[in-house]
Design a protein around this ligand. Sequence first.
Ligand code: GLN
Length: 448
Amino acid sequence: AQHFLARMKTHEALGAFLATNEDATLAQARAADARIAAGTAGALEGVPLAHKDIFVTTDFPTTAGSKMLEGYRSPFDSTVVRKLAEAGMVTLGKLNCDEFAMGSANENSAFKPVRNPWDPTRIPGGSSGGSAVAVAARLAPAATGTDTGGSIRQPASFCGITGIKPTYGRASRYGMIAFASSLDQAGPMARSAEDCALLLSALCGPDPDRDSTSLDVPAEDFTRSLNDSLDGLRIGIPKEFFGEGLAPGVRAAVDAALKEYEKLGARLVEISLPRTELSIPVYYIIAPAEASSNLSRFDGVKFGHRARDYTDLLDMYKKTRAEGFGDEVKRRIMIGAYVLSHGYYDAYYLQAQKIRRMIADDFQQAFKQCDLIAGPVAPSVAWKLGEHGNDPLADYLADIFTLPASLAGLPGMSVPAGFGEGAMPVGLQLIGNYFAEAKLLNAAHRLQ
Ligand code: GLN
């Protein structure tokens, strides 16, 4: 813990951390030492990690990357944080992210951008950009992230690390500040598939009293099949993931990884996910709709920011929200409120829900032909800070390959595949059927 606390300070310019609390970290580390000495060590006793600042914590402030929650301190720990602490892990601090996890570049953090350690003029990806950078720059051995539409997989890809989003409902959302509740899912980001497997085994599991959407599936030991043979494994290659718009360097790295799989005994089969393109409009209707509802709780009354000068209650709400939320968050609230409004609900929200179901069905068709699916995580490598300027659509379009699995609730991961344009890292995306995390981690581990 001392090593990482020191390293964090010499790498502050990367912008990965939003909060630290050395006393709390060292107290946790000493408690871990005592448990080791007493012979009562947990599975991950004494291993440090850092949490995306979307998980509420008692030992550190929690902001969700927003001014709205500046200085907020939760009275409880989120379930994921609690479970990892129970396994013995030591928290190093809280990691920068896009405001309320809305973004693909970490440029929507209300506090500071995060820089990619491979090239500090480039973005790290988002929204779990701080998590990916902390691991890539060795500021922490592991981190938590959340993935609503790609926020674990895409920054993992852009920073050359490994990250997995489990099946929706595997991990409890209790204490994870809500963005889009039907999509939000927690997962680990680490240096290898093996580390991810250790972390995932500790953080998953039912939480029936606190998250009604957590699934009644017992926690698993995801390390058990890491070394299984891939002989005869059928890997589906969705042709829609390899069309124009895919950077040649990304394509070459992904192709090279697929060749490796063939050498390991796997067979590549062409499949189709025909509604891949539609996942963008569908996601950017459903996620803002849910966000507009979830964020209504930030009204200046119960917690977080409250405007100073106001005339009456309505004026207080308006000023609080105008001051507390950043542009992207406001944009999503407006889109969400619009698509849910009387007269537009049927045309937008309902229609999007129907196509979401079709996207999930397309995957089930595909899984008749293959055991898992592989392709790029994103169409390009990490872009330059500011490159997308004031064009939010450029960010949205870059989510095309991560959104389908999110909408279907399927597990997905990013595993380093090589390097593309600008010698920047490229991740290979692996998508599995429901509860196939062990198979994903096995395939990822064999590639490493
Ligand atoms: N980039 C997507 C968005 O902005 C996904 C973010 C996420 O997964 N949290 O909504």
